[in-house]
Design a protein around this ligand. Structure first.
Ligand SMILES: [Zn+2]
Length: 515
């Protein structure tokens, strides 16, 4: 366990000493009576499920030498079984062990032991008595850290230079996908564990707070001059990796999707870039409207923020209600010709908009099913691109298929599962391309009526939850069987499993005889 402590000794040096003593004290107290092994499984136990996070987090961006945050989280839990242990994720973040509390409906629980597993980024909390099956509890943990530019921290800082004053302006942004929130705060960080999130962000009044949902109130901070609390609306059910946090002083453009349920867009960047955000601001609502009409499944959102930041570690990351783009890829003006780089920006925006349904509204149980959400996203990205640039989406799908074939012939085949963690960024890119091509193929052989009937029902049934390949094939199979006038008896799972589970692709050789 002390190994974990040594990994964070660059932060909060004074407090670390205190924490080290306290944690050692806690372990020492029970060492003679309680022997707690490390939790060494890759998945969390199913004894506990979280259903709500109440997060209060304050970010300090004023002093470049002391950029930091701290906060506390109340996690509401259901006990699925009798247990006196909670196992949750915690990585490279400072946790105040002495402030960990567990409240039950009838009584409070005393923490007896904290055991950290650095390799698995988890901690086991052992309490003095057992949680009762079927009952709810609230786990309270305080956390914090100094902030760096490292993406692996989950919640990190970036900066720009004010051209007029030459001042460096620091701002914060999160990138939790796929398992980085554990380096920001303790959490049950698995894609199937959906919960609602109530986010309250503390920050200097010259900044604004951004998260998945709108700010519903800005309240004064009575303990810290010039600081305020931005209280965000509660999110729908979503997994931890979709949580989004940012504190910045960006300038925004406002546009709106003309869908049946209007979604307002805010596209925000440093003020020097705001003229160059017009393309993203204008096309994102059009793409969302197209997908909304095509899918006929309502999103649980009335706003989507698009943050455009310099030196973001990925080209983009989609979170429910908040997408972050790297400025290099996205800063384009709406007017002028459709250049190749503008086309790539359109693809990127279409991809992130499609993720609002595939990945966000309906997720996956585990990362081995990544191809399912990326395949559906990639396919609908192409359809949305085709809507705004007729013919281009079709060419995009064709290119995906050719690239997938070419890659597979070079690496002697690639199945889509299991592939987490992916062998390389290159193989992951090809996973996206192959999976999108296969979605086009299944749409092709089932026909639009069957495919969309099955897909829409699948989305309705699995909104705010997880899908799996077997569930998806089953939905398409049932849709196929409902088409009573058709005599085709597709075995959708039987057909698709061969493409998904096996490496390579069928090679049909045709030899012409005669002239
Ligand atoms: Zn994606």
């Amino acid at each position: 366990m002390p190994i974990w402590l040594s990994s964070i000794n660059e932060v909060y040096k004074k407090d670390i000493t205190l924490l080290r003593i306290l944690v050692i004290l806690i372990v020492f107290q029970v060492a003679s009576s309680v022997k707690v092994p490390l939790y060494n499984e890759s998945r969390l136990p199913t004894t506990i499920t979280p259903f709500h996070y109440d997060i209060r987090l304050i970010t300090y961006l004023d002093s470049p030498s002391n950029l930091r945050y701290h906060g506390s989280v109340n996690i509401s839990l259901h006990a699925q079984k009798y247990t006196n242990q909670l196992v949750l994720h915690v990585g490279n973040v400072f946790v105040e062990a002495q402030k960990i509390r567990l409240h039950g409906e009838a009584s409070d629980y005393q923490l007896m032991n904290v055991m950290f597993n650095k390799d698995r980024a988890n901690m086991v909390l052992t309490f003095d008595k057992s949680l009762r099956m079927g009952k709810s509890y609230i786990l309270t943990i305080a956390f914090g850290r100094s902030m760096s530019k490292e993406k692996k921290d989950g919640y990190f800082v970036l900066h720009y230079v004010n051209a007029r004053t030459s001042e460096k302006i620091w701002y914060s942004v999160s990138h939790f996908d796929r398992n980085l929130i554990r380096n920001t705060m303790p959490s049950f960080d698995e894609p199937a564990l959906r919960a609602t999130f109530n986010v309250t962000m503390g920050h200097h009044r010259r900044f604004q707070s951004y998260s998945n949902m709108n700010v519903r109130a800005v309240l004064p901070n009575h303990e810290l001059q010039d600081y305020v609390w931005s209280v965000h609306e509660v999110t729908p059910l979503m997994p931890t990796h979709l949580l989004a946090l940012s504190v910045n002083n960006f300038t925004c453009r406002f546009t709106q999707a003309a869908s049946a349920y209007p979604v307002r867009f805010r596209t925000c960047s440093k003020s020097a870039d705001v003229r160059e955000t017009s393309f993203a601001a204008e096309v994102a609502p059009q793409l969302l409207t197209f997908l909304d009409e095509l899918l006929q499944v309502r999103l649980p959102l009335d706003k989507i923020d698009q943050l455009v930041v310099d030196n973001f570690p990925s080209s983009a990351v989609e979170q429910l209600g908040l997408v972050v783009y790297r400025s290099k890829e996205i800063l384009k003006r709406e007017d002028g010709p459709m250049t190749r780089t503008k086309m790539q920006a359109l693809q990127l925006i279409a991809h992130e908009m499609a993720h609002m349904w595939f990945g966000n509204l309906m997720g996956i149980d585990w990362w081995s099913d990544l191809w399912l959400k990326e395949g559906l996203t990639g396919y609908f990205e192409a359809l949305a691109v085709d809507h705004l640039q007729p013919g281009m989406g079709r060419r995009l799908l064709l290119r995906h298929r050719e690239m997938a074939f070419m890659y597979e012939s070079q690496v002697a085949g690639m199945s889509l599962v299991p592939l987490f963690p992916p062998a390389s960024p290159e193989s992951e890119e090809h996973l996206y391309q192959k999976a999108a091509s296969l979605m086009g193929m299944v749409n092709g052989f089932l026909g639009n009526a069957t495919f969309y009937d099955g897909l829409q029902r699948h989305l309705w049934q699995n909104s705010f939850a997880s899908s799996s390949p077997d569930l998806f094939w089953r939905s398409l199979q049932l849709a196929s069987e409902r088409e009573s006038f058709e005599t085709k008896n597709w075995n959708v799972k039987g057909i698709m499993d061969t493409w998904i589970m096996q490496k390579g692709y069928p090679l049909v050789t045709v030899i012409r005889k005669g002239s």
